[in-house]
Design a protein around this ligand. Structure first.
Ligand code: PLP
Length: 396
């Protein structure tokens, strides 16, 4: 496979397929699946990932915006696509032309979108978003506002430019097992069902009702409804520590880089910007071809570790924009050109995106999304490299 062997992310399509089927096993046969592939499939590359999932039977795809949706259409995705966030109403014609479903989340927005659709002589498919507890986009149905939300959604559903085929909500803490979090999720679900009931009383019906994200699928089997939205877990990442190990997930992404130079330094040599690391006599320092511009975050300076020749090597000094140094003292035969595991498993040693997240004070989702565009995505299937995408020279 021809790609730049500087730093690269290896994406195991078999892992993604296995995770899909593991999640699919949690839901009834009638329950549809929406593969959430926003943010370039959480950094895994939306084209190959989405095509693999489409082949496996994913019914819908979910993205954050219209450019991501158009990108999927260009890359061969023919299944319905839902945009989970904002699209300028002026793009009504483009939504309709590409058969992309838009989330409508307020009466104001729905009216503007409908007006543009009528003007452009199209009908836009929509799913209605209900705010049952996230307090972000969505018809506000929290704490006694159910009737008002239902009235506004009913008016939305009757707008001439829209065809409202689905209704959904999103959980804020379905990944937490604390009693108060479970109560909150149940309350969100009840508000959602109550809103649906109020609409039914006015003969406003929807084909698809959905509320579960990955954690919802794993923790709330009674809430799957007509469709589940599978994100993080598809990529083999645990939605949270609370959800860890509840179902068997295989991480799909590994990250590799290359040793560019190895040197023996003298006692007191200071490594990288700001001289934040001081070496011992005879310490072996390897420079690696990855830095924070690749999404290998600067916060890992003096904290993270890599795997080289099957052994851990600690990051020393500050992570630079394009380079990182590690201490390879005592690791036999390290040489320029060697492959280094930054995320993945080697010789029973392991570094995960969760490890990064702990050091960086964030969640594995963010770590996956931040892997840079400068890092080619290399796809493996049946243990063999089958494709590579290089965003810089756009060979996809
Ligand atoms: C991102 C997103 C999801 C997927 O969530 P995961 O926790 O990654 O499974 C589902 N629904 C909506 C509305 C989202 O924005």
């Amino acid at each position: 496979m021809d790609y730049l062997r500087r730093s690269w992310a290896q994406i195991d399509l078999d892992a993604i397929k296995a995770n899909y089927h593991e999640l699919k096993k949690q839901v009834s046969a009638a329950c549809k699946t929406m593969a959430i592939v926003k943010a370039d499939a959480y950094g895994h590359g939306d084209g190959y990932v989405s095509r693999a999932l489409q082949e496996e039977g994913a019914d819908w795809f979910g993205v954050s915006n219209i450019n991501e949706a158009v990108s999927l259409r260009r890359q061969g995705i023919t299944k319905p696509i839902l945009i989970l966030g904002f699209t300028p109403p002026a793009l009504a014609g483009k939504l309709a032309a590409q058969n992309i479903t838009q989330t409508v989340y307020s009466l104001d927005y729905a009216q503007e979108l409908s007006k543009e659709a009528v003007k452009q002589q199209v009908k836009v498919n929509c799913h209605v978003k209900v705010d049952t507890g996230m307090s972000r986009i969505g018809f506000f149905a929290q704490s006694g506002h159910g009737e008002q939300a239902a009235q506004e959604i009913a008016r939305t559903a009757r707008l001439p430019g829209l065809s409202c085929t689905g209704i959904f909500t999103h959980f804020s803490c379905s990944d937490e097992t604390a009693v108060s979090s479970r109560e909150f999720t149940r309350r969100q679900f009840n508000i959602f069902m109550d809103t649906i009931g109020r609409l039914k009383n006015q003969d406003i019906l929807f084909e698809l009702h959905h509320c579960c994200n990955s954690a919802g699928v794993i923790c709330y089997p009674q809430m799957h409804l007509d469709m589940v939205r599978l994100g993080n877990a598809l990529y083999g990442l645990d939605p949270s520590d609370d959800c860890k190990g509840m179902i068997k997930l295989v991480p799909a992404m590994s990250l590799y880089t290359t040793v560019t130079m190895v040197k023996q330094v003298q006692q007191g040599a200071q490594v990288s910007y700001g001289r934040r690391y001081t070496a011992q006599e005879g310490e072996a320092v390897a420079s690696l071809a990855i830095g924070y511009a690749d999404g290998y975050r600067r916060n890992l300076s003096n904290k993270g570790r890599v795997i080289l020749h099957g052994q851990y090597a600690p990051i020393i000094g500050t992570v630079c924009m394009d380079q990182t140094m590690v201490d390879v003292t005592g690791i036999e035969g390290v040489a320029s050109g060697d492959t280094v595991t930054l995320v993945g498993e080697e010789n029973g040693k392991k570094v995960t995106l969760d490890d990064f997240a702990k050091i960086n004070g964030t969640i594995n989702y963010e770590e996956a999304c931040l892997i840079g565009r400068r890092v080619p995505r290399v796809y493996i299937q049946g243990g063999k490299e089958v494709a590579a995408v290089d965003y810089i020279i756009q060979n996809f």
